[in-house]
Design a protein. Structure first.
Length: 154
């Protein structure tokens, strides 16, 4: 057994390591804060709503064109429903500035624009069904509803 005068206490560590670890934690926190600030500030703002009268006229003209093309057989019913949905969603997007092109039916209902949601709901079955006869009502009636939504939009 060693003598008492040969016994030494634990080795002390330099305070440099404590300060380096504190600086590393601060640097990591600042990096996360910078990434977060960059991610929220880099998103472009939606464009301001366009002139509703002009957008309404364009949408009604496009709906008329779709109805004519389906009636003449130039366009299938399924494609007609798909294009009608795009026109109605596009009009609402231009009138409100909301990204309605990418919204699901539940999102449209959550916004409180029920006439739009009901019209889009009528277009869903024929848009996505494997057969053309899955429409809950004739294309002409759905087209009239779509025209009504666009024409009465405030």
């Amino acid at each position: 057994m060693p003598a008492a005068d040969e016994f030494t206490g634990p080795v002390g560590y330099s305070s440099l390591w404590v300060w380096l670890s504190i600086l590393a934690v601060i640097a990591l926190g600042l990096w996360f804060l910078g990434v977060w600030a960059w991610s929220i500030s880099g998103h472009p703002k939606p464009p301001p709503p366009r002139d509703p009268a002009r957008a309404r006229g364009e949408a009604l003209g496009e709906l008329d064109r779709i109805g004519h093309r389906v009636a003449t057989g130039e366009l299938g019913e399924r494609e007609g429903y798909q294009q009608m949905s795009g026109v109605v969603r596009g009009f609402v997007a231009e009138a409100t500035g909301l990204p309605t092109h990418t919204m699901a039916l539940a999102d449209l209902r959550a916004l409180g624009i029920e006439p739009v949601a009901e019209t889009i709901a009528l277009m869903y079955p024929p848009e996505f069904a494997p057969e053309d006869d899955a429409a809950p009502e004739p294309l002409a009636d759905t087209l009239a509803r779509a025209r009504n939504v666009v024409a009465t939009w405030n």
